[in-house]
Structure formats: C-alpha cells, structure tokens
Ligand binder design. Structure first.
Ligand code: ADP
Ligand code: MG
Length: 613
C-alpha cells in the first residue's frame, strides 16, 4: 500500500521556482546529491564509532553514479546512513528552516538559485531541475525495512515498503527529455571533477560493461598532515585547482587555530596568467566549509592585489546554511581574510631572502602586489617592504626600500624616486644629475601604479618618500665652474618664457643639472609628467595639466653662450631657434613627445652638418 503525502506548502512554492525557471548551472544538482551522499557516509561513519556493527554490512564507503542511456536515467547511490519512513517524510517533503522558500524566491529573482540551493539546505530538490520524476530506494543502517519514495516534484510523494539488501540510499533521476547530457559519461566525469573532486569518499562512475572508474581524488588533500603530503601531490592539486600546468612558485599550507579555525592551502603560480590585467579578473580562492565546496566566487576572501593567489580555504566554523550573499558579510570571513593575507605576506617576506628566487615572483606579480600599497591601508608598510624597484644604485639588480635605507648616509632621511615610462629613459633623466653628483640613490619607478602608491605612503620606517621634483633646495652644492652672468641669464629666462609660453609655464635656472643644458620638470606638488602621459593615454583629458618648468643649467657652455648672444639684438632669431630646439631636447629626455618633429630633425641635421663639414 502506497502512502500519498502532499508536499508542505513551502516545498511546493520552492519546487515551483526550481522547476519552472531556466538556469544555466543546473549541473550543480549532481554536486548536491553527491554532497548528500557524502554527508550520509559521514553520519554513518560517526555512528559506527559507537556502533561498529551497524556499518559493517555495507563495506567501505563509496558513492556510485550510474547513467543509463537507454532509460535516460541517472542513479546516485551511497552506502551511508540511509533513511527510514519518518526520515523520508521529515527530510524530503518539508523544509526544516522557516523562511527558506522566501530566500529561494529572492535568489531566483537574482538568478542565483543554482549556486545557492545547496547552501539553503534544500539541495536535494535541485534534482527536479533536470528530472521530472525522482525515485529513492533507501534503507536505514541498523534497520530491516527498506522504503521507496517517488515524486514528480509537483503534488507530493508516495512511499511504499520495498526491498534493499544493504543500508544506504539510491536516488534515481528520470531525466527530462532535454537533459540527456547527464547520461554522457564524459560530461559526468567533468562535472564530478569540477565540483566534487575533494569529496573524501571514492566517487565511482559505473560504466556498465566497461566496468567501474573512480573519478575523484578521494580525499581532501588539505585535511591531511603536511608531513604526509609529497611535493608532487601538492603540485597535482595545484594544477587541478588552477587549471595551470606549471609548478607552484609558492605552496603555503597552514591551519589557523584560535577563536576561528580554518585551513588554507594556497599557491602562487610560477608564471603569470594571461588575464592578470583583465579589468574583470577577480580572486579565485575556493571556499570550502568542512570539505564541502561552497564557491570560488567569494571576492571577500582575497583582496584584488593578491588575485594571482590560487588555492582553498576550508573552515568548519562558517555557517553552511546561509546564502553566499550573506556569507560575504560574515565577520568570520573577514577574520579569515585578514589572517590569510597576513600569512601570505609573512611568507613572501621570508622568500625575499633569496633574491634570485624572489625576483622571479616579483617579475610576474610585483606590479599587482604593489597595488596593495595603495589599497590595503593596514598592510601598506609590509607590502612596501617586500616590493622591489629599479634604482640608480645598480643597473641590473632591483632594490627594496630596506636596501635603499641601508645605504642612506646618516643625514639622509628621505627615499627619493622618479617616475617615467621607460627605464632607460629614466636612468638618463637630467633631473638625476645632482643626485648622481651627491651620490644619492634614486628609485626609478616605471609602472603606472608607481604614480599612486607613493601618494599614500609618505613615510616608510621613518623615511620620507619623495619624488625628486620635491627634493629640497639642499640638493644644490658649491660649484666652482664658470657660470652665466646673472643679468643676462635672467634676461634669457624671460625671453624664452615669452617665446615658449604656449608650452611651458616657466623658464628658470637650476643648480641641479651638470651635463645637460636643460631639463623639463613640474611645479613642486603637481602631477608628474609621467602621470599626465598616463592620463592622456586613458583619454582622461589633461584638464589639470601641470605647469611645466623648463630648467636651464647656468654652468653649461651652451646656456652661457646663449645668454651672452641675447645681449645683441641681431642674434635674436638664432636664440629663438636654439631655444625651441632646447625645449624639444628636454622633452625627449623626459620621454615626452615633441610638437614639431620635422623642425627638430631639420635643425639637428643642420648642426651636425656644420660640425662635420
Ligand atoms: P541538506 O543536505 O542541507 O540537509 P538537502 O535538501 O540536500 O539539505 O537534504 C535534505 C535532507 O535529506 C538531508 O539533511 C538528509 O537528512 C536527507 N538526505 C538527502 N539525501 C540523503 C542520502 N543520500 N542519504 C541519507 N539522507 C539523505
Ligand atoms: Mg544537501
């Protein structure tokens, strides 16, 4: 005799949404059913601790997936704890928590039911996304009777007594006509690997005559003791979760204990992914709650500047029964994130001890990590401390801020830097001449982000961080060379300023140049020329272009001569020409485009010809 039982109103409401909406990620039903099977095994495993005889009959735990192409059915079987009649009625026909149906309704309006259904604690019902009939054959461990539960997912379900030799549950899905792909073993294998690889029990694909095949890894690597895991196992796991084929540059496996417990298994790839700079590239750590895969889309798990980190975080302390959206705001998640960042940064710091090794990482990801100096207020100094830069100290080696400080004279309390797009152009920037002269090291920063992080890091370990344009007047020194006469120099400045007024705001003498006659800079505190170029490249019109300053070297023979020439009105045209050429020269040295290249080329050719004639 069959018992006909109607679904609880909430279940009907929810099933209606599940069945009648179109979802793109329906395949997660399999994750849910496998996860339930795994839970059932967990329960029996726990039960067997106190009742060893109960679990004996069914042998080693496993989950068997059987597709039947002819019948268009898919069966998920486990030898876990099973269900009796009461369990079937109470668990599969009602919703334990009130308000869940409402949650599902809201989620469906945001299109995220597929992802969330398991987290709502109603994962079983997702079977009806792909099946128009579900048949369950189950027998509870330690009991004699078996039961059959059948439902079309609409009205309710029928329960009849049945025969089953061992404890456990078989869930047979009669697939909808257009869901035939779930009997395709290649597809099944792929879904199982994607979603359930780290289920701790073997997931066996029943290939009929072709035998059986265990599809998953079978145990959650991160739950195992570090000492028992080989380098190859770590590597294979890394490859599996990252879809990369290289070696991990860093493997960090840790267990955090304290008021919140979690395990992390994190990797940094040896090579940079192609999409590292794609604007929509987000972090992709996988979040597990007690070995159950929750999501790899929880951005709150890693900051953007660590988006190259791969791996998993598993915490049994996070609530399994709340939606992903709610999980994001969980203060526990925030703590896990902070703890994980701090471990990663400490590990990176350790790795800086081997310069060559660290620089491999730095060349791949340094440009991203540096974003953290700008973004992560709390860890700013730490990130700056593991950052490396070009410097005037060394042509080949990159230097850290600590390296720099260790070379500072006792009076130097400032870390100087200059920004630009090309490292070779930067090295020869005339603005560096005074620093070279005085033996002061300058960092050569050539990434776009380098324009930004110094703004938020005015100090590092008690040292001011300053663009060389902000260097104090003490960058001058006593000079013995012949200098242009003060009066004619001022006249030359005025003349040039008037002549070049559409391009530069000011022309003034400087004490900072040695070998170059001229150099281009900006007013102290204004946006650097490099930043201006960056903005221009991003179509952000230079509404606030900085005032350019053309600086003249009064010790340079060319400037001395020019100032002298201007005292005679007859030379005016020539001084004009040379002034324009000098401005172009200053622009070239800075990496700026010159406004009239053909004028410049023609004049330079003329000078060369006169020189070699
Ligand atoms: P959740 O797994 O979050 O509890 P589900 O909708 O996935 O929600 O499952 C509901 C309940 O049905 C489970 O808690 C469990 O009691 C029961 N159940 C589902 N599948 C099985 C199974 N294979 N073996 C034993 N019990 C099961
Ligand atoms: Mg479940």
């Amino acid at each position: 005799m069959a018992d006909k039982i109607a679904f609880q109103a909430d279940v009907s409401k929810m099933l209606d949404i599940v069945i009648n909406s179109l979802y793109s990620e329906k395949q997660i039903f399999l994750r849910e059913l496998i996860s339930n099977a795994s839970d059932a095994c967990d329960k029996l495993r726990y039960l067997a601790l106190t009742h060893p005889d109960i679990a004996k009959a069914s042998g080693a735990f496993k989950i068997i997936i059987t597709p039947d192409e002819k019948a268009n059915t898919l069966t998920i079987a486990d030898n876990g704890v099973g269900m009796n009649k009461d369990d079937l009625i109470n668990h599969l026909g009602t919703i334990a928590k009130s308000g869940t149906a409402e949650f599902v309704k809201n989620a469906s309006e945001n299109g995220s039911v597929c992802e969330l259904i398991g987290q709502f604690g109603v994962g079983f019902y997702s079977a009806f996304m792909v099946a128009d009939k579900v048949e369950i054959l189950t027998r509870k461990a330690g009991e004699d009777k078996a039961w059959k539960w059948v439902s079309n997912g609409i009205d309710g379900f029928e329960i009849t007594e049945a025969e089953k030799e061992v404890n456990g549950t078989e869930i047979k899905l009669y697939l909808k006509k257009d869901e035939k792909n779930y009997v395709d073993t290649i597809y099944l294998r792929q879904i199982i690997r994607t979603y359930s690889d780290h289920i701790a029990y073997p997931i066996v694909l029943n290939l009929g005559k072709a035998g059986e095949e265990t599809v998953n890894t079978g145990s959650a690597l991160w739950t195992r003791n570090k000492a028992e895991i080989t380098k190859e196992q770590y590597r294979d796991f890394y490859r599996h979760i990252s879809h990369n084929f290289d070696e991990p540059w860093l493997t960090l496996h840790f267990k955090a204990e304290g008021n919140i417990e979690y395990t992390g298994l994190l990797f940094i790839p040896e090579t940079a992914p192609y999409d590292l700079f794609q604007p929509d590239r987000k972090t992709s750590l996988k979040l597990y709650i007690n070995k159950v895969f929750i999501s790899d889309k929880i951005e709150e798990l890693m900051p953007n500047y660590l988006r190259f980190v791969k791996g998993i975080i598993d915490s049994a302390d996070l609530p399994l029964n709340i939606s992903r959206e709610m999980l994001q705001y969980s203060p526990l998640l925030e703590k896990i994130k902070a703890g994980t960042i701090s471990r990663l940064l400490k590990e990176l710091k350790k790795r800086t001890k081997d310069y060559d090794d660290y620089i491999k990482f730095w060349r791949n990801f340094g440009i991203v990590l540096k974003e953290g100096i700008y973004e992560d207020f709390k860890n700013r100094e730490e990130i700056a401390g593991i950052s490396y830069f070009y410097s005037t100290h060394d042509v080949e080696k990159l230097v850290s801020l600590d390296d720099y400080i260790s070379r500072c004279g006792k009076d130097q309390k400032t870390i100087y830097y200059i920004t630009g797009d090309d490292i070779n152009v930067l090295r020869n920037n005339p603005q560096l001449e005074a620093f070279k002269q005085k033996g002061i090291e300058v960092l050569l920063l050539n990434d776009p982000i380098d324009e930004f992080w110094p703004q938020v890091l005015p100090n590092y370990k008690g040292y001011a961080v300053k663009h060389i344009a902000q260097a104090d007047a003490d960058m001058t020194w006593k000079r013995e060379e012949k200098k242009a006469d003060e009066g004619s120099l001022n006249k030359l400045c005025g003349f040039m300023q008037d002549l070049l007024k559409t391009e530069v705001g000011k022309v003034q003498p400087t004490e900072k140049l040695t070998t170059s006659p001229v150099s281009l800079t900006v007013e102290n505190g204004q946006m650097s020329l490099h930043l201006e170029r960056l903005m221009r490249n991003h179509q952000q019109q230079t509404a606030f272009a900085s005032t350019r300053i053309l600086e003249l070297n009064p010790y340079h023979p060319l400037i001395i001569r020019l100032a002298d020439m201007l005292t005679d009105e007859a030379n005016k045209a020539k001084v004009e020409e040379v002034s324009k050429v000098l401005l172009d020269q200053a622009k070239v040295a800075e990496g700026e485009a010159i406004s009239d290249p053909s004028f410049y080329a023609e004049k330079i050719s003329g000078y060369i010809l006169r020189d070699i004639a």
